[in-house]
Design a protein around this ligand. Structure first.
Ligand code: PLP
Length: 229
C-alpha cells in the first residue's frame, strides 16, 4: 500500500506544479480521491497517508466502504454518480457532498431527506457542457433554473458546478474546454456569492483544469491505478 502513498504524493506534486504555473496557491485546490471499484483497504491506505475527501459513484459499494471506514478521522464523502430517486434517502444521510445533481426533483428529495440535525448537505450541479448525448448533467442553459431552485431549499447548500469535459486532442484544446466550464461557473458565482466550488479535472486533464481555475480535482486512476472493471 506504499504505492498509494507514493501516488498521492505524485498527484499533489502535479497539483502544486500546475498551480504555480498558473500563479495560483496550491492550498486553494481540494483533492477528492475517486474510490469507485477500490477495496476499503486502499481507501484506508490513502487515509493513513493524509487524504480526507473521497468520491464514490455507486451507492451500494460506497455504503460498504463508509461502514468499514467508520471512525476514521476527518473523512468526507462525496457522491459523484448517477442518482435514482429511490437512492436519495441513503445519499442524503451518508454523504457530506453530492456533486451530481441534475434534476430539481432529486435536489428536493435530498433536502427533504437530509437529517435535520446534520450539517447542510453540500450540492454541486453537474453540467453537460456540450450537450453530449447519453452523458449526465444539465445543459448550460438549465443551470440558472436549477440553481434558483436549490438556493431556496432547506438543509442543502449550493456550492458550485461539476464538469466532466470532453477529451481534447491536445493541451490547448483541453484548456479551452475547461475555460468554458470556468466561465459558466463565474456567471453562477456572480449571482450566488456563496458558491465557491468548481469541480473540474480528472487524472488526464488535471493540469488543464487547474490552469482554467478549478478548485476541486476528482482523481481516480492517478491515485489508485487503472480500474479492472
Ligand atoms: C471516475 C470518475 C472520476 C475520476 O476519473 P479518473 O480518470 O480515474 O481520474 C472523476 N469524476 C467522476 C464523475 C468519475 O466518474
Amino acid at each position: 500500500m506504499d504505492r498509494l502513498a507514493e501516488n498521492l504524493a505524485l498527484v499533489k506534486a502535479r497539483m502544486a506544479r500546475a498551480a504555480h504555473a498558473g500563479g495560483r496557491d496550491p492550498a486553494d485546490l481540494r483533492l477528492v480521491a475517486v474510490s469507485k471499484g477500490q477495496p476499503a483497504a486502499a481507501i484506508r491506505a490513502l487515509h493513513a497517508a493524509g487524504q480526507r475527501d473521497f468520491g464514490e459513484n455507486y451507492l451500494q459499494e460506497a455504503l460498504g466502504n463508509i461502514a468499514v471506514l467508520e471512525g476514521a478521522a476527518g473523512l468526507c464523502w462525496h457522491y459523484i454518480g448517477a442518482i435514482q430517486s429511490n437512492k436519495t434517502a441513503a445519499i442524503a444521510r451518508h454523504f457530506a457532498w453530492v456533486q451530481s445533481v441534475e434534476r430539481g426533483k432529486i435536489a428536493r428529495r435530498l433536502a427533504a431527506q437530509r437529517p435535520p440535525d446534520y450539517p447542510p448537505l453540500n450540492l454541486c450541479i453537474q453540467v453537460n457542457m456540450d450537450g453530449e448525448p447519453g452523458k449526465a448533467g444539465v445543459e448550460p442553459a438549465g443551470v440558472a433554473e436549477l440553481a434558483a431552485l436549490i438556493a431556496e431549499l432547506p438543509r442543502v447548500r449550493l456550492r458550485g458546478l461539476m464538469f466532466i469535459p470532453r477529451p481534447a486532442a491536445d493541451m490547448a484544446g483541453q484548456v479551452r474546454g475547461c475555460q468554458r466550464a470556468a466561465a459558466l461557473f463565474a456567471e453562477l458565482r456572480a449571482q450566488y456569492p456563496a458558491v465557491d466550488t468548481l469541480s473540474l479535472g480528472m487524472s488526464a486533464d488535471l493540469e488543464a483544469a487547474v490552469q482554467a481555475g478549478s478548485s476541486m480535482l476528482r482523481i481516480g486512476t492517478a491515485l489508485f491505478g487503472a480500474r479492472s472493471g
